[in-house]
Unconditional design. Structure first.
Length: 296
């Protein structure tokens, strides 16, 4: 499977997250916690039993461990900030702001990683973000945009910046270390951070019905293992900007799944926005990879 095909598969798997969260009645931070805990339990044994991965653990520099842990903390803060922003601002404003993450990734890719972002890639980013924004406004629902608060909007921006940091860290570290040792450290750090967040919020850690635990496990297998873990594999092969823009396909996939599984019919703005987002993703991923192959 090519990196682009793997990335597309991972985005489809990640798209199931919104549906599973909608079905769950647990607090969002608790759902995020157990999704990450179960994902860690699924990938950690692979890192411990594979000879190459055990050797990679031994070769991890202290710097790599620190930055992998920071990536995990960033992922946890992304979950917490974005979910909390939905309690203080409109869905449209929150989702639109958090979907600006490719812009922050592009800035970081140039400033920190030294990656080149050409004009066509910038165009693809702008098209994809515009499409994602249109989808958000099409799904504004009961929360009028005029009621958005500075606090909620700020949290959504924090969510965008932290997930950008998570992507950039993965792109940097995955050039030197193998997949499973890296994601084991990232997910473990993310889980520990979410434990602290759940405790501060005062939610119960246990006592949820069997249905919830099955949903937590499904979140781990689908969006966790086949979503985020494959994305982290792809980060070794594709530039961070490409991966970041492709991630904007998640709300498109979630819209399709919501139509099939929840009978939620998207309006015209959402449909048009989805098509525009896919066009931007195509420009940034498929066209960019073709140009790269042609130059190579």
């Amino acid at each position: 499977m090519t990196p682009v095909a793997a990335l597309a598969f991972a985005i489809v798997a990640a798209s199931a997250s919104a549906i599973l969260v909608r079905w769950s009645r647990a607090p969002s931070s608790v759902a995020a916690l157990y999704r990450v805990v179960f994902t860690t339990l699924l990938v950690a044994p692979l890192a411990l039993v594979r000879t190459r991965d055990r050797a990679d653990f031994a070769r991890f520099s202290s710097r790599d461990v620190v930055f992998a842990a920071i990536a995990g903390v960033a992922l946890a803060v992304h979950f917490a900030a974005w979910f909390e922003s939905l309690n203080h601002t409109s869905v449209a404003a929150s989702v639109t702001l958090v979907q600006t993450q490719p812009i922050f990734v592009a800035i970081g890719a140039v400033a920190v990683l030294g990656e080149r972002v050409d004009r066509v890639t910038v165009l693809g980013i702008l098209i994809a973000v515009a499409g994602a924004a249109a989808m958000s406004f099409g799904d504004a629902g009961q929360a009028p945009i005029s009621d958005a608060t500075l606090y909620g909007n700020s949290l959504a921006v924090v969510g965008a910046i932290t997930v950008a940091g998570y992507v950039l860290a993965g792109r940097s570290i995955r050039q030197r270390v193998s997949l499973f040792p890296y994601v084991t450290i990232v997910y473990a750090a993310c889980a520990l951070t979410l434990v602290a967040i759940v405790a501060v919020q005062g939610h119960a850690f246990l006592g949820y019905p069997a249905r919830e635990w099955l949903l937590f496990l499904a979140m781990a297998i689908g969006p966790g293992v086949f979503g985020h873990t494959i994305v982290n594999w792809v980060l070794k092969h594709l530039e961070s900007v490409v991966v970041s823009v492709a991630w904007l396909g998640e709300p498109v996939g979630a819209t399709v799944l919501a139509f099939v599984l929840l009978s939620e019919v998207p309006d015209a703005i959402t449909l048009v926005g989805g098509l525009v987002a896919l066009a931007g993703i195509y420009v940034t991923t498929v066209r960019r990879e073709r140009r790269t192959d042609g130059n190579g």
